[in-house]
Design a protein around this ligand. Structure first.
Ligand code: AMP
Length: 180
């Protein structure tokens, strides 16, 4: 039987007031732990790109590594880790982005992507879009083409997917939770 979006939604655990009061944390570890839903969610996520034209998948630390690795395997594409500052061993390029309080930086290896390469960006969830938008800027700074960004979960009230689309990055997401 095909997996439904309702089943994917139901497999994501909601944890109120984590990591701080007022935040509804959408925990995908329950989805990852369910073999059928994990497999089915990845199969659904990659559907638009089965033509084989994605050259590399870029995953955002840390949950984007789990999903991005599976997506890259499924598309027979390479995988590029986008990491928090100071974690990568070779020469890096970095981008600064705003957090709720202050600024952070993310990095990738300078030679991780080539100009003109077709990249699919992956993370588990998009909220304000600050993280994914910075990752797209980082990839573009090296001349790569960000074909799209994909997520299991969208929190549409926080406007992130709209922000990415305005940046010219098409967004694919499987489920959305309104009112978060
Ligand atoms: P943002 O930059 O605001 O789009 O936040 C996206 C990043 O923060 C992703 O890497 C998510 O894993 C994480 N995140 C933000 N809000 C939540 C939430 N409510 N539940 C789970 N993860 C979240």
């Amino acid at each position: 039987m095909d997996l439904t979006l309702t089943e994917i939604r139901a497999a994501i655990r909601a944890i109120p007031d984590y990591p701080k009061p007022g935040i509804m944390f959408r925990d995908i570890t329950t989805l990852l732990g369910n073999a059928r839903v994990f497999r089915g969610a990845i199969d659904l996520l990659v559907q638009p790109w089965l033509d084989g034209r994605i050259e590399r998948v870029a995953g955002i630390e840390a949950r984007g590594f789990i999903l991005g690795g599976a997506v890259a395997h499924q598309l027979s594409a390479g995988f590029v880790p986008i990491r928090k500052k100071g974690k990568l061993p070779h020469a890096t390029v970095s981008v600064a982005y705003s957090l709720e309080y202050g600024i952070d930086e993310m990095e990738m290896h300078r030679d991780a992507v080539l100009p003109g390469e077709r990249i699919l960006l992956v993370d588990d969830l998009i909220a304000t879009g600050g993280t994914a938008s910075a990752a797209a800027r980082l990839l573009r700074s090296q001349g790569a083409e960000v074909v799209a960004a994909c997520f299991i979960v969208d929190l549409p009230d926080l406007g992130g997917s709209g922000r990415l689309k305005e940046q010219g990055v098409p967004v694919r997401r499987l489920v959305s939770f309104e009112g978060d």
